[in-house]
Design a protein around this ligand. Structure first.
Ligand SMILES: [Zn+2]
Ligand SMILES: [Zn+2]
Length: 403
């Protein structure tokens, strides 16, 4: 707490700025004065949800108006202000010895409630503490230090988030168990810097992805939850682990990586159709095939016939194009150089293998949305301590599950 200068000016009645409850609080105080009084007790007695209660920014000169004259005898009085983060305590004394103490907000124990609410607001809105505090400093608004924020964060906010998270997890796991079905998981690693992240527990981001996958599966297995499918990106370690250690779980791939690869190939003139088509066609191939890898592949390879104006007899599972009549256009002749180039990409050995395993469902778009939420709560450019990062990831997941 620190004190700021003594003031002896201006008219007490200016507090008509306040709303009725503010004024009535003061009326109570007036009749029970003599000696130090604290509004705090009264605040604590009332069951008010202070988080939802409206708060105001009060400029110092406006506040000084309130405390110029003694409320009892009307004489000019001295007052001192003590600041504790967002709290200002005003103590007044007049020549008759009337003493009065006013606090701008209630306390929770010994903590100004505003410090707690604002710290929570910074975290729960996914803001950067540094920026949020700086913004108030720029506006000249009294605020606690980053150190205080970190203390409140560790002592109150992290435990609160963890406890909500654990309850939420219990409910979700219970619901999953009761549904008796097997789960389809979507998973992807998120690296804090491009490439590799230094981490205490694992060597790099690939190792982190593997470790995350193993721990996630172990956690579900401990809770007796079956997993039927996993949708993830195409890291070879993941492929090998799933094949050798979890053969009963079907592995599917996300579009993202394949799509990027195809867009790159599409830069060649003969393969331009790939960059135009890759997102929609690829998605459609997988989404309309119900996990049937062979069907996905035949749909994908039908591109080669389609561009040559052949729309039938693509394969035994996917026999003809689904579109109606097409306008005349520049078709690519089979056997031409352009067609051969396209063919070598469409039929690429690795691509063919991976396309069969493209995820049939919406899991990937859900995962992408989740990543956006994570980026909101924990932007990659901001460094967070482990506990801060944890709390922010929990919040992101809670937020995602809730909406
Ligand atoms: Zn007085
Ligand atoms: Zn066609």
């Amino acid at each position: 707490m620190r004190s700021i200068e003594t003031q002896t000016d201006i008219d007490w009645d200016c507090r008509a700025y306040g709303n009725s409850s503010f004024v009535s609080t003061h009326v109570t105080m007036r009749t029970t004065q003599t000696g130090a009084l604290s509004l705090n007790r009264k605040f604590q007695e009332e069951a008010i949800d202070h988080r939802k209660e409206r708060k105001f920014i009060v400029v110092k000169s406006s506040l000084d108006l309130l405390f110029k004259n003694c409320d009892i005898c009307g004489r000019e009085q001295k007052h001192t202000k003590m600041i504790c983060g967002t709290l200002v305590t005003v103590n007044t004394t007049c020549d008759c010895g009337h003493f009065y103490s006013w606090q701008s907000q209630p306390l929770s124990g010994t903590m100004p409630i505003g410090n707690l609410i604002l710290s929570a607001a910074i975290l729960f809105s996914g803001s950067s503490p540094m920026k949020a505090l700086n913004m108030r400093n720029h506006a000249g608004i009294e605020i606690f230090s980053l150190r205080t924020y970190n203390n409140i964060h560790s002592a109150y906010l992290v435990p609160a988030v963890e406890s909500v998270w654990q309850l939420n997890q219990l409910e979700l796991l219970q619901a999953a168990k009761e549904s008796n079905g097997a789960m389809i998981l979507g998973g992807d690693a998120r690296c804090c810097s491009p490439g590799h992240t230094a981490n205490n527990e694992v060597k790099n981001s690939y190792a982190m992805e593997m470790e995350g996958l193993k721990r996630g599966l172990a956690h579900l297995s401990e809770n007796d939850i079956k997993v039927s499918q996993i949708v993830t990106d195409r890291h070879s370690q993941v492929k090998a682990y799933m094949k050798n250690q979890q053969p009963e779980i079907q592995l599917f791939f996300m579009f993202g990586m394949l799509q990027k690869k195809l867009e790159k190939k599409g830069q060649k003139k003969s393969c331009q159709i790939l960059s135009d088509w890759s997102s929609n066609h690829l998605y459609w191939c997988a989404a309309s095939s119900n996990g049937n890898g062979e069907m996905v592949l035949q749909k994908w390879q039908s591109i080669l016939n389609h561009v040559a104006n052949i729309h039938y007899r693509h394969g035994d599972q996917f026999q003809e194009c689904q579109h109606g009549l097409l306008e005349e256009r520049a078709w690519i002749k089979q056997g031409s150089m352009a067609h051969d180039e396209l063919k070598s990409v469409v039929n690429g050995r690795m691509l063919v293998k991976d396309i069969k395993k493209l995820s049939p469902g919406q899991q990937t778009s859900g995962l992408e949305t989740f990543h956006k939420v994570v980026c909101h709560f924990a932007p990659k450019v901001v460094y967070f301590f482990h506990s801060q990062m944890n709390a922010r990831l929990y919040l992101a997941a809670l937020h995602f599950n809730e909406h």
